[in-house]
Design a protein around this ligand. Structure first.
Ligand SMILES: [Zn+2]
Length: 440
């Protein structure tokens, strides 16, 4: 890419012809990386624990607002859907599991009282989605609902003692340790931890950070009770982005033990070939593994560990060039876009946001029902096929969760910047509303 006007990069002179072209001093240092937790305020000072130089960064989501169009339609449908979920129904299985009273009508689908993933949406994706939606829209009522959920989850956590927080019995983790049949307990724990972290990072909810930290402390104890080899066997069961959330918890607290326990979730048989640039991906369930690579990306950002960068870049390249249909899958596309966003921050390679753009417009935008905000589980490509959307209260699949988050964070990747240039990554009707002098 040349330094002159190009498709994605507008040099300052082009972007603000005739206007003031100086970036505010210290903007890079104070920027808050979304959705990555990057810079935190500590005692009135901005602290970043990242060890790598960013080529480009996004603007804070609250500075970007969508204009009219299909993206805003999707966002508003998602927002209406999030408003339709009553906190008491979301909290029902958490309260029952904690021995607290609840008379609310249970949700169905993957949140049903007998589903082993219950809680993944109600105490996890929901909080992330509400926090992201708040960052994108300033919706105070939604933030208040999510704050209620955090406060009530904290009561459940206290009742359960030990820091454990889930809508299912801790006995699931015995089964996991003993390698008995169980769906994916850590996958669910990750969603709840990430949801609380998002509530802290986007909504300033300090109690949510406490909840996430207690969960992490419980995780330290659980994982330390096993040998390395035993833990590697446990990693044979899907565990979502545990490593990513633990890295982010280190990023906001500076507590090294979270970074250490994050590494307990590095699956050796998956990472070693990637680090050696060997494609042994055949037969692996893709969406189980993409979040593990996002964790490696985050670990690289916080430590400068080059091996983790290699893992992330090689994996992305292989999946995109060798193994993806043009549209990807639903949750898979969500996670691959998230990974692409990290990689773009390191390299500013326009191919990455080209990928992001294709996945967004060819795939993701078609998977939400703009009438009621329900999501598809997968996007069928067969000719003559029809779209199937979930039911508002009785599906709550993984894709409901990633979709609820996706359409709440459409503002996070449209614009990036470096010291003197603005990058327009997505042609979406939108405004950057930053008040400081600069891109204008
Ligand atoms: Zn899914």
């Amino acid at each position: 890419m040349s330094n002159s006007f190009s498709r994605r990069k507008f040099m300052m002179s082009a972007a603000v012809a005739g206007g003031s072209a100086l970036l505010p001093q210290g903007l890079l240092a104070n920027a808050f990386q979304d959705p990555v937790v990057n810079t935190v305020e500590e005692k009135g000072k901005s602290v970043s624990r990242e060890k790598i130089p960013w080529k480009v960064r996004p603007f804070p989501m609250k500075q970007v607002r969508l204009g009219e169009g299909p993206c805003k339609q999707a966002m508003e449908a998602d927002r209406r859907y999030l408003h339709s979920l009553p906190p008491d129904r979301l909290l029902h299985t958490f309260r029952i599991n904690a021995g607290l009273p609840s008379t609310a009508q249970p949700l169905g689908g993957w949140e049903a009282p007998d589903c082993e993933l219950r809680g993944h949406y109600a105490g996890g994706h929901y909080l992330s989605a509400a926090a992201l939606m708040y960052a994108s829209t300033g919706d105070d009522e939604l933030k208040a609902n999510a704050n209620t959920v955090v406060a009530e989850l904290a009561k459940c956590q206290d009742a359960l003692k030990s820091g454990y927080l889930s809508a299912f019995s801790i006995e699931f983790f015995d089964r996991l340790r003993e390698r008995q049949r169980v769906w994916a307990p850590f996958y669910t724990i990750h969603k709840i931890m990430a949801g609380n972290l998002d509530m802290y990072a986007r909504c300033g909810n300090a109690q949510a950070l406490e909840v996430a930290e207690k969960m992490a402390q419980w995780t330290v104890g659980y994982t330390q009770s096993m040998s390395y080899d035993h833990m590697q066997r446990v990693l044979g069961t899907e565990y979502g982005g545990m490593g990513e959330s633990l890295c982010n918890l280190y990023a906001v607290t500076g507590k090294e033990e979270y970074l250490e326990v994050a590494q307990r979730f590095d699956k050796k048989v998956f990472f070693d070939p990637l680090a050696a640039h060997r494609d042994e991906l055949k037969g692996l369930h893709v969406n189980t593994h993409i979040p593990q690579v996002i964790a490696a990306a985050r670990y690289y950002e916080l430590t400068g560990n080059r091996r983790c960068r290699d893992i992330a870049e090689y994996f992305f390249e292989e999946v995109v060039s060798e193994r993806s249909y043009c549209t990807g899958g639903t949750c898979c596309a969500y996670n691959m876009m998230k990974l692409a966003r990290h990689l773009f921050g390191w390299s500013a390679d326009p191919r990455l946001v080209d990928y992001y753009e294709r996945a967004m417009f060819n795939h993701r935008l078609g998977t939400i029902n703009p009438e009621d905000g329900t999501m598809m589980y997968y996007l069928p490509l067969a000719s003559g096929y029809w779209k199937t959307f979930g039911k508002p209260f009785d599906s709550l699949w993984c894709c409901t969760g990633t979709g609820s988050e996706e359409y709440g964070k459409l503002t996070d990747t449209i614009y990036f910047h470096d010291d003197d240039s603005l990058y327009v990554n997505l042609f979406v009707d939108s405004n950057w509303t930053g008040q400081k002098r600069g891109y204008g």
